[in-house]
Design a protein around this ligand. Structure first.
Ligand code: ADP
Length: 248
């Protein structure tokens, strides 16, 4: 996924300034920076989630597989399957565990028969590291699971529609440390198959899960580079101040 010179406005206010950043295959890119610096706004550009905010306007170029996702012929429904999103608060549908995963593939025409759907539900739950915990209670409500399980269910739901890119907006901020560790391990496994962009307020998490880190400040992308370099020898003073805890 390639982003060039992206600007984002909320009405008259500009929230993102000239950001160019790529999300490559098999990598996790983390986005860090002080609250309000535009991380979520930028992330939401990548699957046009900002379209749902009336006053929000995005300019610049964002392309997936060489195609501008803001192009006139783009249908946002399949786009949001291709570029899936996991939110801060786990948000399973008020349906069974099975239906949470089966719904997407059905509406996107990825599974026709019951057998195909069963298989897709199983493989998605396996990939999300949840199968063993739920295989005997697929007919129970997704909302009855623990927070960490619900988040993995949301990840299974995202995976079920064969995305290329998975966006995660502070996916662990509502979870305890054990559930967080499981999601972080999962992110590392998912990297083998998907491109992942994650917004996190936790520098430790960025350091643990991502290969590249992007530091945002007041709507600008200050720098992006290999995670180890950003945390050990940042090029910019703003980044250094943030990672050393002087700011943020
Ligand atoms: P972060 O994720 O880094 O905390 P955000 O992307 O949420 O930052 O916010 C960036 C800027 O955009 C902030 O100034 C915020 O007030 C503004 N903003 C975010 N969402 C909206 C919205 N729905 N309407 C108007 N302004 C918004």
């Amino acid at each position: 996924m390639i982003c060039r010179s992206v600007d984002v406005y909320y009405g008259e206010d500009q929230a993102i300034f000239n950001v160019s950043l790529d999300i490559g295959r098999n990598e996790v890119v983390s986005m860090i920076g002080p609250s309000g610096c535009g991380k979520s706004t930028f992330l939401r550009c990548l699957n046009r989630m900002n379209d749902t905010i009336e006053i929000c306007r995005v300019t610049g170029e964002i392309a997936l597989d060489g195609e501008n996702i803001y192009g006139r012929n783009i249908d946002v429904v399949p786009l949001r399957a291709q570029v899936g999103m996991v939110f801060q608060k786990p948000n399973p549908f008020p349906k069974t565990i099975y239906e949470n995963v089966a719904y997407g593939p059905r509406i996107h025409g990825l599974a026709q028969t019951r057998k195909e759907t069963d298989e897709l539900v199983e493989t998605s739950l396996i990939k999300a590291g949840l199968w063993d915990e739920v295989k005997d209670r697929l007919d129970q409500p997704g909302t009855g699971l623990s927070g960490g399980q619900q988040q993995r269910l949301c990840i299974a739901r995202t995976i079920a529609v064969s995305p290329e890119v998975i966006l995660m907006d502070e996916p662990c901020s509502a979870l305890d440390p054990i559930a967080t560790a499981k999601i972080e391990d999962l992110i590392d496994e998912l990297r083998e198959q998907y491109s992942i962009a994650i917004v996190t307020h936790s520098m430790q998490q960025a350091a643990r899960v991502s290969q590249r880190t992007a530091y945002f400040h007041l709507g600008y992308l200050v720098e992006v580079g290999p995670t180890t370099e950003i945390f050990t020898k940042p090029r910019h003073k703003l980044t250094e101040d943030y990672i050393t805890g002087r700011f943020g």
